[in-house]
Design a protein around this ligand. Structure first.
Ligand code: SER
Length: 278
């Protein structure tokens, strides 16, 4: 499946579940002093989450061009060092504005990955928010219960606020999240050491592909959490990473998203590109 097919499958899947497919927002953010560049698909919908604008279309999907070079989400130090971070990348997302919540978001993510993209469920792990005392938040039992219907319990891992509580910036919409990770190591390696040990450990072949955020709160300037007027879904799946998975590669740079440019650079410079595993 090339990148274009991957986008199409995503849009068709969510369109058939009542989502309006909309365009990516510009990468330079206007009218929001908390953010310089679009760092996530949800930025353009911030006012809908906060209840500052009227919800006209409760289900939306798109692919958003994101730039993570400053502020809370800054991947700059990772770029060029590993095989799966980029300054600019594309994030496939589906949103529910006060409509469906955890159950549908999780079930549809699983269905899309395993039935439509045909990713082997034996290679997938999921994480859920373990709770956080300082914020007075309990473990996400609801997400856990939904995942238990879909995946073996030993594949559901609990993770802390750093990995499983998503916040747009120092202030703004936020909530617990559930991530889906894929283990791309060869079978012999997978048999030797469970992928569960490598989730969130910066292993280049055990990586997060999709983040499902359950937006419930607004982080205030004094760092307290205020409940949002409605509950929302914000998901983000890295197109380049998904392409790596579906094209059987071990580096995002070996996919059709980057190869045409790399090949052209080889021709123009007369130098050979070699992909490097970390
Ligand atoms: N906002 C979440 C993220 O950027 C999911 O879209 O990971």
């Amino acid at each position: 499946m090339n990148a274009q097919d991957i986008r199409k499958v995503f849009f068709d899947f969510f369109a058939s579940r009542g989502h309006d497919v909309v365009a990516s927002a510009p990468m330079v953010v206007k009218d929001d002093p908390t953010l310089m560049f679009t760092n996530a698909g949800m930025n353009q919908f911030k006012d809908l989450f906060l209840g500052n604008s009227e919800i006209k279309e409760p289900r939306v999907a798109n692919t958003q061009k994101c730039l993570r070079v400053s502020g809370k989400h800054n991947d700059l130090e990772e770029v060029g060092v590993d095989t799966y971070h980029h300054t600019m990348f594309e994030m496939l997302g589906n949103w529910s504005f006060g409509d469906y919540f955890k159950k549908e978001a999780i079930q549809w993510a699983w269905e899309l990955l395993t039935d439509h993209y045909k990713i082997d469920p034996e290679k997938l792990y999921v994480t859920i928010f373990e709770g956080d005392q300082a914020d007075g938040l309990p473990m996400d039992e609801e997400a856990y219960a939904v995942w238990k219907e879909l995946i073996a319990e030993e594949r559901i891992l609990k993770a802390n606020k750093k990995d499983n509580f998503w916040e747009m910036g120092e202030t703004g919409p936020c909530g617990p999240c559930s991530e889906i990770h894929v283990d791309l190591r060869p079978e012999a390696e997978r048999r030797q050491l469970s992928g569960a040990e490598l989730v969130n450990q910066d292993h280049p072949q055990v990586i997060e592909v999709w983040n499902l955020v359950f937006m419930e709160f607004n982080r205030m300037g004094d760092q307290s959490l205020k409940s949002l007027p409605n509950k929302h879904i914000d998901t983000g799946m890295g197109l380049e990473r998904l392409a790596m998975v579906l094209q059987g590669k071990t580096s995002n740079y070996d996919t059709d998203v980057f190869q045409p440019y790399i090949k052209l650079i080889e021709v123009r410079t007369g130098m050979k590109y070699t992909s490097r595993r970390q």
